[in-house]
Design a protein around this ligand. Structure first.
Ligand code: ADP
Ligand code: MG
Length: 956
């Protein structure tokens, strides 16, 4: 029951507001109360009965009326009377008949006839309140009526024998216990009796005067002295209820009272935990507590509600019971006090009186929340059918009617469960603290680890630095060694190249000697044939002579025969003229003797001739035999020469392979191309082999002496001159002789011979000798200084003999391999003469020209790269470039390689760019870069193309 001045009553619109306050158990808590949700608790039967009204009735005190069936007393006492009440359950109306002509019709929320089952009564009256309590609202279910009309039957029946008779208390607790979670929720009860304004604890009978405590702020009523027993299950409750009933009975027996005079109050405390997300609270949450809670996703909320089930004392007037004396009067006063107070409060609330006398009695204080308060309240009034109790029944009905007018403002009571929140936060703090400690420990360990690592790294860095320094020093040393080695290798390579050139020359010589050998062999066979022919002829002649001898002998015989005939004739004619005859005989005898003498002489002459011929034949046979031996020797020598050539070729190819392996970088540093000693070819019918020739020459050299040989160069006799120059030329092919030849004035003699002589052979052999001398670097300078290049150029321009040109080209080619002489060589017309010899078209000459130009280009390129020389190539004039670009591809492979190499070297020099482009050399360069048989030359060509932007532009 709301206290006086507690705000406007009868408001049908539930208000939503939040309250904070203090809980009953001393701890700090936040309590939120809010108005009932628009949705009513769902209960099928409840909906069909009480809930059928509009939403405004949702919080009105619900009142049902129950009529007790007639009992024996009624049948006996009221035998003549008809019932004073007439129920219209469908219309939920009750007609109270005062007498046969006067009656009143009353409407209730529910009207139960005498046949209504306990279950239906529970579901219509109490179940909506129970469900509301489970949702967190306070609730009250109360029975009011005259003694014996069935209040206790309706409320407190245990139904031990017949479960269908279970009353509201048992059914309510069954529903509550079935709905809550045993883990998070709890249900506890207190059971009290209010008698003569004294509250007795029926669960703890010793407690006989329990105080009622009201919270001054929230107005909550609590009974701190009463036992509150937490329920385990429904059996536990039944036991407690039975225990309470027994205590009530005992107390009433001791006090000599009746239970009908006392009020029985069952207080059910329901506590339910719900997790509410903070965001559900919306913007209205402003307290610091809520701010704190915002840290957690779920705020533990406890719904605390209270259900009061009250079985009131009988409402009949005391005087009717007939005992109005002594303590009974006192009792009647007090019983009346509580019930009267309740009636007054109900009246005041129904009439919207500004003053509600709640504080007048303990009952009204206890029920403060049930009428005009925040609880959902259902009242069942019980009436009997007997007309004898018309006035009690009437007053009960009026009480109910007034109570129906009371509107409560139900409020939800939510409390933040600080205890569990605290525990939860404490847990979180604990776990965070230990996590923090763990992390701190890990950090410390890691820091120590990193520090150790750092120290280690520093140590290893210092160590690395030391090693690095030592390594650097070692590398520097190694580098120096390598540089030296490279230098050495370069020198070796140059030597190898020189050797290579020498070998090439020798091969050419060998090849030539081979071809000559072949020619000689051919000559031998012709000679053999002539020999056999002459032998045949002599044999024929001998045969003819023999035939002639035979013929002469036959003639002799014939003459002897004739002589015999003549003798016969003489004998026959003896008789006729003996004298005559005798003289004739003498004559004849003389003639015969003469003839005989002649024949004998002739025979002797023929025989001498025959023997002469035979000895000549023997001689010829011997000569033939020695020729055959020589031929065999030649063949043998040829074979050995061929073997040597093969070996030399092999060595040359190996040398080339090595050269290739050393790569293009080495190629740039090589000192020259080809070049080698030239052995002069022997004249057609000379049968000397090269070693023989050399042997002969060395014999001449030893026996005659170099100075004498050189003196012969100035001989008047051309033949002597030719032979002397041949000997000098061949001597000049040997390295060891070159120095001596020059020392003893051989070079001067050769040069003057070249200048003065008009003889082609002299020119050829002298050029060969100069070519041999020009193989030596120091001689090259001397030759040039003494005007050798100019003289060679003159010879080249005057002659067309390929062998002479070959020698001259070879000599100039050797001079091309000395970069210091290039300028003079050009000035003296050496280059022009070299290129001019192209006109010969002879492969040997072309080969020497190509070698010379390659030598020149290579040395020039090297000088440019080393910085000794600058500017356009000296080969650019005199037609060398043009010849290189347009030279036919039919040249031998080595000639082509020399030309390609020379051209690639020229292309490396940027100063030659214009000449190369205008001569159409780009095409040739591209062709070389793709088609050259040599890798190093292709690389050189590509390098030239790629490094020269002008070339690249030309290609595009
Ligand atoms: P009250 O508590 O109001 O004094 P009780 O509950 O003690 O009345 O009821 C008196 C008697 O009437 C009891 O014997 C009870 O069994 C019986 N009684 C009351 N109401 C009914 C009912 N609806 N059906 C059957 N018996 C009833
Ligand atoms: Mg009773």
């Amino acid at each position: 029951m709301a206290s006086a001045g507690g705000g406007p009553r009868g408001s049908v619109r539930p208000e939503r507001h939040v309250q904070t306050g203090r809980g009953g158990n001393g701890g700090s808590s936040s309590t939120r109360t809010k108005s009932a949700p628009p949705k009513r608790p769902s209960s099928s039967s409840a909906k069909s009965s009480i809930d059928s009204d509009n939403a405004a009735d949702a919080v009105r005190v619900r009142v049902a009326v129950r009529l007790r069936p007639k009992n024996n007393e009624d049948f006996i006492e009221d035998g003549d009377f008809t019932s004073c009440v007439e129920l219209q359950p469908e219309a939920k109306k009750l007609r109270l008949k005062k007498n046969n002509w006067s009656s009143e019709l009353y409407k209730f929320d529910e009207v139960f006839t005498e046949g209504a089952s306990q279950r239906r009564v529970y579901e219509a009256v109490a179940k909506p309140v129970v469900e509301s309590v489970l949702e967190g609202y306070n609730g009250t279910v109360m029975a009011y009526g005259q003694t014996g009309t069935g209040k206790t039957y309706t409320m407190g029946r245990l139904g031990k024998d017949d479960p269908s008779e279970r009353g509201i208390m048992v059914r309510a607790l069954e529903d509550i216990l079935a709905s809550i979670s045993s883990l998070t929720d709890s249900v506890a009860i207190s059971y009290l009796q209010l008698y003569l304004e004294s509250l007795q604890d029926l669960l703890a009978p010793d407690k006989i005067n329990i105080p009622i405590v009201e919270d001054p702020k929230s107005g909550d009523v609590s009974l701190p002295g009463a036992a509150v027993v937490e329920l385990r299950d429904i059996d536990h409750f039944n036991e407690l209820l039975q225990f309470g009933e027994a205590n009530r009975y005992a107390a009433n027996t001791n006090l000599n009272t009746e239970s009908s005079r006392s009020h029985a109050i069952l207080v059910v405390h329901v506590q339910r935990s719900v997790k509410v997300k903070d965001e559900n609270e919306g913007a209205s949450v402003v307290s610091s507590t809520d701010d704190l809670l915002a840290a957690s996703n779920h705020v533990p909320i406890v719904l605390k509600s209270k259900l009061l089930i009250v079985d009131l004392a009988g409402s009949e007037r005391i005087d009717k019971s007939g005992s109005v004396e002594g303590p009974m009067l006192e009792e009647a006063k007090f019983i009346n006090l509580s019930l009267t107070s309740l009636g007054k409060c109900i009246n005041a609330l129904a009439e919207h009186s500004p003053y509600i006398p709640t504080r007048d009695s303990k009952l009204t204080r206890l029920l403060r929340d049930s009428f005009g308060g925040t609880a959902r309240t259902s009242l069942i009034i019980t009436i009997g059918p007997s007309a004898r109790y018309y006035s009690e029944t009437s007053s009960t009905i009026l009480f109910g009617q007034r109570a129906m007018k009371i509107v409560n403002t139900v409020k939800l009571k939510e409390e933040v469960d600080y205890e569990s929140l605290y525990k939860k936060l404490e847990c979180q703090v604990d776990s965070l603290t230990s996590e923090l400690e763990r992390i701190q420990k890990i950090r410390q360990d890691e820091k120590a680890k990193i520090e150790r690592k750092l120290r280690k790294q520093e140590d290893s860095l210092a160590e690395t630095k030391r090693t690095f320094t030592t390594k650097c020093e070692n590398l520097e040393k190694e580098n120096n060694c390598m540089t030296m080695e490279i230098k050495k290798l370069m020198e070796e390579l140059n030597d190898a190249l020189d050797q290579n050139n020498l070998l090439s020359g020798r091969i050419v010589e060998m090849e030539m000697s081979l071809s000559q050998n072949k020619q000689q062999q051919l000559e031998n066979s012709t000679y053999k044939k002539a020999l056999s022919d002459s032998t045949q002829m002599y044999e024929d002649r001998i045969k003819a002579l023999l035939e002639q001898v035979e013929k002469e002998q036959a003639r002799c015989a014939y003459l002897e025969l004739e002589m015999c005939g003549a003798r016969q004739e003489v004998a026959n004619n003896e008789n006729s003229s003996k004298m005559q005859e005798n003289s004739k005989v003498n004559e004849l005898q003389k003639e015969l003797h003469k003839l005989k003498e002649e024949s004998r002489n002739e025979i002797q002459h023929l025989e001498a001739k025959n023997s002469e011929l035979l000895s000549e034949k023997d001689l010829i046979y011997e000569e033939l035999k020695s020729m055959q031996e020589k031929v065999m020797q030649e063949a043998k020598h040829r074979r050995s020469l061929e073997d040597e050539i093969l070996k030399l070729k092999k060595a040359l190819s190996e040398n080339s392979a090595v050269q290739l392996e050393r790569g293009t970088s080495m190629l740039r540093t090589t000192s020259g191309v080809g070049g080698g000693a030239i052995y002069l070819p022997r004249t057609g019918k000379s049968r000397d082999t090269i070693p023989n020739q050399k042997d002969t020459i060395s014999k001449i050299f030893e026996e005659v002496g170099l100075s004498n040989i050189l003196a012969l160069l100035k001989s008047e006799d051309l033949d002597v001159q030719i032979h002397a120059v041949k000997v000098v030329a061949n001597l000049a092919a040997e390295d060891i002789n070159q120095e001596k030849i020059v020392e003893e004035g051989g070079l001067d003699a050769l040069l003057s011979l070249l200048e003065t002589s008009e003889n082609t052979t002299i020119h050829r052999v002298t050029a060969g000798a100069l070519a041999n001398l020009a193989m030596n670097g120091s001689n090259q300078g001397l030759i040039m200084n003494k005007g050798g290049a100019r003289l060679l150029a003159n010879v080249a321009n005057k002659n067309d003999d390929p062998q002479t040109l070959r020698m001259v080209a070879g000599a100039i080619a050797n001079l091309c391999g000395n970069e210091k002489l290039h300028v003079k060589l050009k000035e003296d017309g050496g280059i022009k003469a070299l290129v001019g010899m192209v006109r010969s078209g002879h492969a040997d000459v072309i080969s020497q020209i190509a070698r010379g130009i390659a030598n020149f280009a290579k040395c020039e390129s090297r000088a440019i790269s080393q910085g000794h020389r600058k500017g356009r190539s000296l080969l650019m004039d005199d037609g060398a470039l043009k010849w290189m670009v347009t030279s036919p591809t039919t040249f031998s492979a080595s000639t082509r390689r020399h030309i390609e190499l020379a051209f690639c070297h020229l292309s490396q020099n940027e100063e030659n760019t214009r000449d190369i482009i205008t001569s159409g050399g780009i095409k040739e360069l591209v062709r070389i870069s793709q088609e050259s048989t040599r890798d190093d030359i292709r690389i050189l060509a590509k390098k030239a193309l790629n490094s020269n932007p002008a070339f690249l532009r030309e290609i595009q």
